[in-house]
Design a protein around this ligand. Structure first.
Ligand SMILES: *[C@@H]1O[C@H](CO)[C@@H](O)[C@H](O)[C@H]1NC(C)=O
Ligand SMILES: *[C@@H]1O[C@H](CO)[C@@H](O)[C@H](O)[C@H]1NC(C)=O
Ligand SMILES: *[C@@H]1O[C@H](CO)[C@@H](O)[C@H](O)[C@H]1NC(C)=O
Length: 239
């Protein structure tokens, strides 16, 4: 019996990393900004701490007025007045219901699928955490909006045709204007930590045509070929 227990424990340790304590009891400065859960958490050895973030809309949905876990749930499109309660362990929002259920205040215990893994707040909604991400050199932004100023004419951004405000991590963003068009140049503004990659193909397949990071903010990039779509990825500690 003892041997059996030992074997199980060894498998558990080798397979996935777990933190049993709730993050709200060990992390500090918990906040909710633009649907990002942000906190500063201690590393396992207790010598350091890391500020990291979890983007909640790609993990939670509004199901007929009730917050529930769901990949790409996008609860924010039908909920308002969201805040953290219970020391940051719980998300509370006022969410739209349906004809069968009334609008109302709803809560979700975030500690069910979010925990501190060696200093990083991570969600295991899509499966057990088996490795800890590297520490980013970018701080969690104070302003999550980044603007892309684009022109469909090859004019070194002298005249612009579109101003896109982006603030969601997105594998591929294609602005469907209902007509064929491509962007020829563009500038990123107020970029505190996003990597935005432009692609010629509408589905972001193929090689990157241009890459925006905080190091080339306010710089006009002229694209070698017309760009149709962008991937939008956080560079800071984010899940
Ligand atoms: C990440 O940062 C924490 C806190 O500063 C530190 O304890 C840890 O060693 C760092 N990890 C790596 C892989 O650099
Ligand atoms: C996710 O982590 C929690 C603890 O935070 C654990 O109870 C649960 O079993 C984990 N789920 C998965 C799918 O790994
Ligand atoms: C824009 O002009 C530059 C310089 O002439 C050229 O290298 C580039 O291919 C042009 N881009 C597009 C999308 O036509």
């Amino acid at each position: 019996m003892k041997l059996f227990k030992f074997t199980l424990l060894a498998i558990g340790l080798g397979g996935s990393l777990v933190h049993s304590q709730g993050y709200s009891s060990e992390c500090t400065d918990m906040s909710l900004i633009d649907s990002w859960l942000i906190g500063t958490c201690p590393t396992d050895d207790g010598t350091g701490e890391i500020t990291s973030s979890v983007y909640l809309p790609n993990k939670i949905e509004n199901s007929e007025g009730t917050l529930k876990w769901k990949i790409d749930g996008s609860y924010w499109s039908s909920c308002d007045d969201c805040e953290l309660v219970d020391s940051g362990s719980t998300l509370q929002c006022y969410c739209d219901g349906t004809y069968a259920s009334e609008d109302g205040t709803t809560t979700l215990n975030l500690e069910t699928y979010i925990a501190n893994y060696d200093g990083h707040l991570l969600s295991n909604l899509t499966g057990a955490i088996t490795s800890i991400p590297t520490n980013s050199s970018y701080a969690v932004p104070t302003n999550f909006d980044v603007e892309l100023e684009l022109s469909s004419e090859n004019n070194t951004c002298s005249v612009l045709g579109a101003y896109l405000t982006l603030n969601d991590p997105t594998d591929c963003y294609y602005l469907n204007l209902g007509v064929e068009y491509t962007w020829a140049c563009g500038t990123s503004v107020d970029n505190e930590g996003w990597e935005i990659v432009g692609f010629a193909a509408e589905d972001c397949s193929g090689d990157a045509v241009a890459t925006y990071t905080p190091s080339n903010v306010n710089t006009c990039l002229t694209f070698s070929t017309g760009v149709q779509a962008f991937s939008i990825t956080p560079l800071w500690n984010a899940d």
